[in-house]
Design a protein around this ligand. Structure first.
Ligand code: ADP
Ligand code: MG
Length: 238
């Protein structure tokens, strides 16, 4: 079935005429629920453009995208399937960035509970979900702390909990380990793998971090807007 992420013939052109840039050229990709894949390529190759299309931040020029078994975009059938792209981003897609970007005036629990609350769940259910994730990520003992009271590694784990808060079928991680040392970077990848299999999330990790590339079982290399799939080393880090 079409669960997870499927991208078919995805193209993105910025601008028009002589100055047009073809940032993605008929990209195909598919990531199963529970799978973590790497997206690796040099600067300017189209990584951010691909994540932005998948994250419904920009509109592709052509192609088709499926999330969690549902077509979200089809250029041959009217484009986006929903007019409410904000709800699509909030409910169906988790984002993890290089920096944790926690909200400084909310405690750890509320940082994670905010998205379920915005999605219309009750405060009680949202906090319960937050605590469950904080436990899974081994930071429940910091549940009442302010973000500024946490170590960098703890903040990153809270940001991973936040990305999982609405149980999205998909998580997009843009260079999540770039600022971390080797042990911490591998710890983050270990957690992403655990979370992917525990919550059956499909995870794309954009990276050029040599410390973590050997951990992927599958890697998409992107160059000049075209992707090539390759088996990774799949080094055991459990
Ligand atoms: P990466 O994230 O791999 O560094 P990007 O997706 O940011 O690559 O960029 C891919 C190509 O698209 C580059 O040639 C870049 O200059 C171009 N590009 C990115 N964003 C825009 C934009 N908003 N307008 C025009 N060209 C852009
Ligand atoms: Mg980029």
């Amino acid at each position: 079935m079409d669960e997870g992420i499927r991208i078919e013939g995805l193209s993105k052109r910025y601008g028009a005429g002589d100055t047009a840039v073809d940032a993605l050229k008929e990209v195909n990709m598919s990531i199963a629920p529970g799978e973590v894949v790497g997206l690796v390529g040099p600067s300017g190759s189209g990584k951010t453009t691909l994540l932005k299309c998948l994250g419904a931040v920009i509109e592709p020029t052509r192609g088709r995208m499926t999330l969690g078994g549902e077509v979200i975009y089809d250029s041959d059938d009217g484009g986006w399937k929903t007019k409410d792209l904000r709800a699509l981003r909030r409910d169906r897609i988790g984002f993890i960035f290089q920096a944790p970007y926690l909200i400084p005036f909310l405690d750890v629990t509320d940082n994670v509970a905010l998205l379920p609350m915005l999605a219309g769940r009750t405060n009680g259910a949202s906090r319960a979900r937050a605590l469950e994730l904080l436990q899974a990520l081994d930071v429940a003992h910091r549940a009442k702390a302010q973000p500024s009271e946490l170590s960098g590694g703890e903040q990153q784990r809270v940001s991973i909990a936040r990305a999982l808060a609405n149980q999205p079928p998909v998580i997009l991680a843009d260079e999540p380990t770039a600022p971390l040392d080797s042990d911490r970077a591998l710890a983050v990848v270990r957690i992403l793998n655990q979370m992917a299999s525990q919550y059956q999330t499909a995870i794309i990790v954009v990276t050029h971090d040599e410390k973590i590339i050997p951990t992927f079982k599958r890697i998409y290399h992107i160059r000049d807007g075209r992707t090539v799939e390759e088996a990774g080393e799949g080094r055991d880090i459990s």
